[in-house]
Design a protein around this ligand. Structure first.
Ligand SMILES: Cc1ncc(COP(=O)(O)O)c(C=O)c1O
Length: 362
């Protein structure tokens, strides 16, 4: 079978050149005569892969020197607990913006550890837009403010990243990290699972300002303490070595492409192509507020669930897969992360037009 265009929300498509590079190095990585999966995490061959990945990520995001990058496991979901465990350091209060399923889960988890308040929510509108919020609503003594930069399920994103001035800002960037440049110094902590824009499942990246390290309760398990992980350069125990290697290949690929400005321009072009097709059609319809549309996860629907189903099958027959929307939303979701080539989006747009004509002719 030929390679398909895979619109999965995560784990998701990877650049073909990266997969080919990984394949070419599988049996003998960097002259070691073994794959990365077989290397000791204490070997110099592995350490150079590890440290290069850290440095390339630092370069790509222009991460200031007073921030640590941590390579962890447990997915984005473990961060829903690690963030409050480590950052509820004074008042034990934190304020959250509820913009989708993933913020809701993070709020539920954080409530186990402190006094969590939701300062804005768009749940009543099925998260079809980013909720309005007022920086003045953040409690004076809140230890941090939390938001999800891109809502993978609903297809919305913060077009402008919020600014809460002197407050510690925490963001779950699982589904849009590395899709656009942003100023890391405005954040206290950023986290993201790797399986969308940074490679494969098994690795979670945390970027944390150094002065926020060291506040976890002494009873916190060592694996959940950012300070302990940072102290050992994310090598306290066996890290997810192959996932780190793959992330490293992704970072190299992004650098070769011209970095985040070039990536952002391409992402805007891809998203515009698809949104224009949706807007120009009287058959397909976007599901979220135009200003809040995500560049990564594009949600839309046809006039009926039957037509959605038929369209998804039609796409599959043309090698365009994983377009079914999340169960709470229905319709379609095309995840077009960094690694989705523009040809994939063009093929989808063509399929939309063909299907619409066929369906109307019935
Ligand atoms: C924005 C966001 N946060 C968190 C998660 C949960 O990540 P994980 O499955 O790595 O725990 C996801 C998963 O899709 C996500 O999209």
């Amino acid at each position: 079978m030929e390679r398909v265009f895979n619109f999965s929300a995560g784990p998701s498509t990877l650049p073909e050149v990266v997969l080919r590079k990984a394949a070419s190095e599988m049996l003998n990585t960097h002259g070691t005569g073994m794959s990365v999966m077989e290397m000791s995490h204490r070997s110099s061959a592995y350490e150079s892969i590890h440290n290069k990945a850290l440095q390339d990520l630092r370069d790509l995001l222009a991460i200031p020197q007073n921030y640590k990058i941590l390579f962890l496991q447990g997915g984005g979901t473990l961060q829903f607990a690690m963030v409050p465990l480590n950052l509820l350091r004074n008042s034990k209060k934190a304020d959250y913006i509820d913009s989708g399923e993933w913020s809701k889960k993070a709020i539920k988890e954080a409530k186990k550890f402190g006094d969590i308040r939701v300062i804005a929510s768009s749940e009543a509108d099925t998260y079809s837009h980013i909720p309005e919020f007022d920086a003045a609503d953040v409690r004076e003594d809140a230890d941090y403010v939390y938001f999800v930069s891109n809502n993978t399920i609903y297809g919305t994103r913060f077009a402008q990243l919020p600014d809460f001035k002197e407050k510690i800002l925490v963001s779950d960037m699982s589904s849009d990290i590395l899709s656009r440049p942003f100023d890391v110094s405005k954040f206290g902590l950023i986290f993201a699972g790797a399986q969308k824009n940074m490679g494969i499942a098994g690795l979670t990246v945390v970027i944390i300002r150094e002065d926020l390290l060291g506040f976890a309760d002494p009873k916190t398990p060592v694996m959940l303490d950012y300070a302990a992980i940072a102290k050992d350069n994310s090598l306290m125990n066996t890290p997810p070595t192959y996932a780190i290697y793959m992330a490293g290949l992704l970072f190299e690929w992004l650098k070769d492409l011209g970095g985040l400005d070039a990536m952002h321009a391409l992402n805007q072009k891809k998203a515009k192509l698809l949104y224009d097709a949706i807007d120009q059609s009287d058959f397909f319809q976007g599901t979220v507020k135009t200003e809040d549309r995500s560049l990564m996860n594009i949600t839309f629907r046809s006039p009926s669930p039957e037509a959605d189903k038929a369209f998804i099958a039609f796409c599959e027959s043309r090698g365009l897969v994983n377009l079914k929307g999340y169960r709470t939303v229905g319709g379609m979701r095309a995840s077009i992360y960094n690694a989705m080539p523009i040809e994939g989006v063009e093929a989808l747009v063509e399929a939309m037009s063909l299907f619409e004509t066929q369906w109307k002719a019935q």
